[in-house]
Write a protein that binds this ligand. Sequence first.
Ligand SMILES: [Cu+2]
Length: 244
Amino acid sequence: MLGTLLAPLLPLFLITNPLPGGFPWGSRTDTNTNPYTGYPNTGVTRNYDFTISRGLIAPDGYQREVLLVNGAFPGPTIEANWGDKIVVNVHNNISGPAEGTSVHWHGFLQINTPWEDGVPGVTQCPIAPGSSYSYEFVASLYGTSWYHSHYSAQYSGGIAGPIVVYGPSQSKYDIDLGPITLTGLFFSLLPPLPLSLSAPIFVAPADPPSQIGTISRTGILSNKSSLPALTVSSTRITRSSTVR
Ligand SMILES: [Cu+2]
């Protein structure tokens, strides 16, 4: 539902935890605390369960095979307050054929938890088919980011979604529409893509241009545009409102 009128508006922050001084992060502001050197410890844990499986979607009107998180593309939005701990239990249900997986939490510093960075062959073994792995890390930075599979080229097959960490804001806004994702997809699922990326050692391979561009969950195939998700979102914006 991301990027559509059915997507929920996002709050200023999550209120299901102590709010010292009215904010989960207490008296810290965007100017008095450098999040790279200091961050709160709220003592709160946000738990998420991800099941990754194969599925079919038709972002541009043409059905194609993809990999989905909890049956959705993009995957569910992870929300947390600055200083919360995020726990994501990832179940690998990829079958027909089975494949390993791992999830990278883009932009997170992983202070004291380098093994939770989600890079198979570097910080962990892939999560084997039929197995689960529970990632635990602190939201030490705030803002909007994303997660994606770091295994093979799975993220261009659909395993990606937004992460919102609420923190002090620099400017006021009236409504938060939530993240709008822009993704490039391909007609065929794995494994042809990684092979097309292979190049002689020491030569950086160029990314092949994607064949389907998606705005949130809606796709635009070359010039044949289908329902433009962005204009659906923008109907919520009124003349006098400030939107994040
Ligand atoms: Cu990344």
